[in-house]
Design a protein around this ligand. Structure first.
Ligand code: AMP
Ligand code: FE
Ligand code: FE
Ligand code: ZN
Length: 288
């Protein structure tokens, strides 16, 4: 029982850059043998209501989101850090205000990246990328799909490696709140902050044990230790940091539907950890 793992606490629906509706995502979670799923779309809670409607006695849903934040690197360069927040009040003025700013910023920014690519001769259109994005604002994974459709590149990861990475000439950054502000904002809204994939991509260099320690008094509750982008050394290092700082350890797939090859439930969180997150959360999970 102590080691039972039936939770996946990091998933994306079509309300951000996943491809499943919340109902489809919960069906996939059931098929994978999960009993708890967190819906963590990028910078939005728009998937919560549909997820709540499809939660039942066998499938509990933790409402959540993945917040885009920035933390300065040693050279002062602002680096993107993804922060998961669980079980917070989405109507809290701090969160609602932050998301309005992000929405306004994202609305123009996705199209700007597309226009940069069009100007360089790539045969895609803003209209088609908007169609692919559906109810979400345009994100880079949607642009990657459009590039694949016209045969310019073969996969989402190839699109990122060649055209969409943060250092690309076509890239336009998003303005974000700082990591410390994000942790404090989620905590103030009754939520439970957990740093996402701390050893993936550029964030790895800035998220030292010392930086993570400064976030604990602000309410940081845990680290996502098991993630598809973490190798064994990264998992061991993060588990050590978590033990030293008294932080919870989660494991999650970061499922994005067919935008990525990850399977829902391929990384999991212990049921005992889920109970501790729920104890700390300001709102109740959705269940039947
Ligand atoms: P955006 O929100 O437009 O900045 O795009 C960020 C999203 O793109 C992330 O949430 C990931 O889903 C995806 N992403 C970022 N870097 C990569 C990468 N190297 N390979 C595949 N997907 C990525
Ligand atoms: Fe994503
Ligand atoms: Fe992320
Ligand atoms: Zn994610």
């Amino acid at each position: 029982m102590a080691h039972t793992m039936t939770a996946d606490l990091h998933t994306h629906t079509a309300f951000s850059d996943g491809t499943d509706s919340p109902a489809e995502l919960l069906a996939a979670a059931r098929a994978a043998g999960l009993t708890t799923v967190a819906i963590t779309d990028h910078d939005t809670a728009n998937g919560w209501d549909e997820a709540a409607a499809h939660a039942d006695a066998g499938m509990r849903v933790l409402p959540g989101a993945e917040f885009s934040t920035k933390h300065p690197a040693a050279d002062g360069e602002l680096t993107t850090v993804h922060l998961l927040g669980y079980l917070f009040d989405r109507d809290d003025p701090g969160i609602a205000g932050e998301w309005k700013r992000v929405r306004d910023d994202r609305a123009g920014r996705g199209a700007r990246i597309v226009e940069n690519l069009i100007a360089a001769g790539y045969p895609i259109t803003v209209e088609r990328v908007r169609e692919i994005a559906g109810p979400s604002s345009i994100g880079r994974p949607h642009i990657a799909r459009a590039l694949m459709e016209v045969g310019v590149i073969g996969s989402v990861s190839e699109a990122f490696d060649e055209l969409l990475h943060d250092g690309s000439p076509y890239y336009t950054p998003l303005r974000s709140t700082t990591l410390a502000e994000g942790v404090a904002m989620i905590t103030a809204a009754g939520g439970v902050p957990v740093i996402a994939h701390a050893r993936a991509r550029a964030a790895a260099a800035v998220l030292t044990a010392e930086v993570i320690e400064t976030l604990v008094p602000l309410g940081l509750a845990g680290l996502e230790v098991r993630h598809p982008d973490h190798d064994d050394a990264a998992r061991a290092e993060l588990a050590d940091i978590a033990v030293n700082l008294g932080l919870l350890q989660t494991g999650s797939s970061d499922y994005h539907g067919t935008h990525k090859t990850l399977r829902i439930g391929q990384e999991r969180t212990a049921d005992t950890v889920v109970e501790q997150l729920i104890d700390r959360g300001g709102v109740a999970p959705f269940e039947g």
